[in-house]
Design a protein around this ligand. Structure first.
Ligand code: PMP
Length: 293
């Protein structure tokens, strides 16, 4: 599903077949989740294959490593070049790209001596599908910002995401919504939340969430459209009475949420800000002419 016997990855300075690459089994990333990754998308645009916000993603990879003391000895521009090469060698135009920084053998709870990087890519549709979502508030809270560097995209954080997403699906919902440890709205297992009420958008403030690159793009689009966004601490009750809502993330792009706990939002998705942003996000990543951002 993710690779074939022809798939090429970038691995520590080399381009290799993914089924010929190997890793050491005694690394901290495999045992402790102590590693960092990114999720990036490339699109076949009117100007050729383009990685959307490549610099922002690789800069976040670097920041994530630095935040958790994983040495980052790579050059962001070089990694972007290598990523285009991975796409090229696999003949990908539309693809999801997954860089992973992982640690050398070390079974102690100490800084790694050496780190590796691999960049792989595969063709992947919208992560949460194209249908509007019915979401449920998770029994799992997002990790407390005093227990980790929540703004870093750390491998181990995704145990929390997997628990929340599987719990939601087991209950018959499409996706989970996680609160922070104070009970305020935080985010989805792999996407940021926005909701609309009385002609305004609301989104959880930074501090208990992964501050998404797509979230930033939504801010830019809203500025262009003159849509006001309020960042803050919001409760599930605030969302319950919303006119509409959506999740946003690189893998999920912009996906509408139709209901919370089976209770539909007031507006039809087609009439929400979310729909307008969904369309303009697509135009932006596809570099369609009439978008000026
Ligand atoms: N929150 C979490 C927990 C995520 O995993 C993601 C996906 N990286 C996001 C938000 C959205 O981030 P981005 O828009 O940068 O992909």
């Amino acid at each position: 599903m993710y690779y074939s016997d022809k798939t090429i990855i970038y691995f520590d300075g080399e381009f290799l077949k993914s089924n010929e690459a190997s890793i050491d089994l005694y690394g901290q990333t495999l045992h402790y989740g102590y590693g960092v990754f990114e999720g990036i998308r490339a699109y076949q645009t009117e100007n050729g294959t383009k990685i959307f916000k490549a610099k922002e993603h690789y800069q976040r990879l670097k920041n994530s490593c630095e935040l958790i003391n994983i040495p980052f000895e790579f050059d962001v521009n070089d990694l972007i070049e290598k990523t285009y090469e991975v796409l090229n060698r696999n003949n990908f135009t539309n693809a999801y790209i997954r860089p992973l920084v992982f640690c050398s053998p070390n079974m102690s709870l100490t800084r790694p001596n050496q780190v590796s990087i691999m960049i792989c890519a595969w063709e992947w549709g919208a992560y949460l599908g194209d249908n509007l979502l019915n979401i449920t508030v998770s029994s799992y809270a997002r990790p407390h910002p005093k227990s980790t560097k929540i703004e870093a995209k750390v491998c181990g954080h995704y145990v929390n995401s997997i628990l929340a997403a599987t719990e939601a699906k087991d209950k018959g919902f499409d996706e989970a919504l996680l609160l922070d440890t104070d009970g305020f709205l935080a985010e989805g297992p792999g996407a940021n939340l926005f909701f609309e009420k009385n002609g305004k958008l609301f989104t959880p403030k930074k501090g208990n969430i992964l501050p998404g690159i797509t979230r930033e793009t939504v801010f830019d689009l809203c500025e262009e459209f003159g849509i006001e966004i309020e960042e803050g601490d919001f409760l599930p009750q605030d969302l319950e009475n919303a006119d509409g809502a959506f999740y946003c993330g690189t893998a999920a792009e912009i996906i509408g949420i139709k209901s919370l706990e089976n209770k539909p939002f007031a507006k039809d998705w087609e009439g929400t800000f979310g729909k307008k942003i969904q369309v303009s996000y697509k135009n932006l990543v596809l570099e369609r002419q009439f978008i000026s951002l």
